[in-house]
Design a protein around this ligand. Structure first.
Ligand code: ADP
Length: 160
């Protein structure tokens, strides 16, 4: 049984994240998506419970994907859920430096390797921060996020 862990803030979960989950779900028997309790990014727009619910709705059709909370080190959670690989998405070279550093640290700490999934060019410019900003000013992000996320953003920003 090959199980992968995909950790992130997912504030909110967008189509770039979804693509990584879809591809990982084809590569592994099981994928555990872990939403960070305290994203380093100050003041999340959505609470942990809201973020987890939105990820769950987005991955509903994928039988081998589960969603959990991440409250400790990624490698501790990986051991707990018996994941042998950490999956991370790569958008551009700019992601690579920090991701490489984290992957090396995680391997040093636990021996667990990181698999990088390069995003398709269609989603390579997407980030949760950009989506939050565009949605806050009434921009239409419906084509960039799963439907439940679009609805939640509209509600949060009091848009029709
Ligand atoms: P964001 O940078 O969008 O806030 P997270 O901190 O939630 O994302 O990141 C979780 C994981 O998703 C990371 O591995 C990140 O590289 C990946 N990721 C974020 N945006 C994209 C994208 N557009 N395409 C592929 N992977 C992405």
């Amino acid at each position: 049984m090959r199980r992968a862990l995909f950790p992130g803030s997912f504030d909110p979960f967008h189509n770039g994240h979804l693509e990584v989950v879809e591809r990982a779900s084809q590569l592994f028997d099981e994928v555990v998506v872990a939403a960070m309790r305290n994203p380093q990014k100050a003041g999340p727009l959505f609470s942990l419970e809201e973020r987890m619910d939105l990820v769950r709705l987005a991955v509903e059709g994928m039988q081998n994907v589960t969603v959990v909370a991440l409250a400790s080190l990624v490698v501790n959670l990986a051991r707990e859920v018996e994941a042998t690989v950490i999956v991370r998405g790569l958008r551009a070279v700019s992601d690579f430096e920090i991701e490489l550093q984290m992957a090396q640290m995680n391997r040093e700490l636990s021996g667990i390797d990181t698999l990088f999934v390069p995003t398709s060019s269609e989603y390579s410019y997407l980030s949760s921060k950009l989506i939050r900003e565009v949605a806050a000013y009434g921009g239409n992000v419906a084509s960039l996020v799963p439907k439940p996320v679009d609805a939640a953003l509209r509600e949060r920003n009091r848009l029709p």
